[in-house]
Write a protein that binds this ligand. Structure first.
Ligand SMILES: *Cc1c(COP(=O)(O)O)cnc(C)c1O
Length: 221
């Protein structure tokens, strides 16, 4: 049996177990299969299993592989989970069904303009830099509430989720707790948190979306 398929089944079983432990319905947790660096041939077996939600971190790479896959499977839901430059917003709006990395005013302004002219808007998640890491994307936690208000009030965007990437060398628990608290006080219901190494903890702390790459597709080179 294909090892990607085997690993996919292991991941979904682990999600179901974590949901049970937390008294949550597994159906309330969306697995975003992160296929960055993997080819359409690697993605095909996962699509054949019926999986439809995928994550990519680069617009250009995604433009190379997803239009034809989307042509074949109209119900694919593609999430952008990497930083978005304003000069790529038009392409991103055309291709992605969710953008998880809304994190600055210039991007909000450009998204407002481009979604208006496209006549459609991907689902939007605000990325929060819960670790206050200078090199990392995301709005810092102290500015998150004001930023959500700016996106919704000034730019008329609908923010439905929040996303974080905790510092890689730290316990993710306080970061997940903080993201959940920010989302709750801003009336935002979706929480994208948890990756291959920590998605079970994220599910216990309320994740509605877990972004899992290497545990499904294998280590990236
Ligand atoms: C690559 C990536 C993931 C998946 O990471 P794994 O550890 O391979 O599961 C999740 N989120 C973001 C933002 C990523 O860039």
């Amino acid at each position: 049996m294909n090892t990607i398929i085997e690993r996919y089944h292991v991941v979904t079983a682990r999600i179901e177990a974590a949901a049970r432990t937390s008294n949550r319905a597994a159906s309330d947790i969306t697995l975003v299969a992160v296929s960055k660096t993997y080819s359409a041939d690697d993605i095909a077996p996962v699509l054949q299993l019926g999986h439809r939600v995928f994550g990519e971190n680069r617009v250009q790479e995604s433009q190379g592989k997803w239009p034809s896959l989307k042509h074949d499977h109209a119900d694919i839901c593609l999430h952008l989970i990497g930083p978005l430059q304003t000069n790529k917003v038009r392409e991103a709006v055309a291709l992605f069904d969710a953008i998880e990395t809304l994190d600055r005013e210039k991007l909000a302004r450009t998204l407002a303009k481009e979604t208006q002219s496209a006549g459609k808007c991907p689902e939007l998640f605000v990325q929060v830099n819960t670790g206050n890491e200078p090199q990392k994307a995301g709005i810092v936690p102290e500015q998150a509430d004001a930023f959500v208000k700016l996106c919704t009030g000034t730019y008329g965007l609908t923010v439905t989720g929040m996303m974080c990437i905790p510092p890689f060398d730290e316990d993710p628990t306080p970061h997940f707790i903080q993201l959940a608290a920010i989302a709750e006080r801003n009336g935002v219901s979706k929480l994208s948190m948890g990756m291959s190494g920590d998605f079970e903890i994220a599910i216990e702390l309320g994740a509605t979306h877990v972004r899992v790459g290497s545990a499904i597709f294998g280590a990236r080179t």
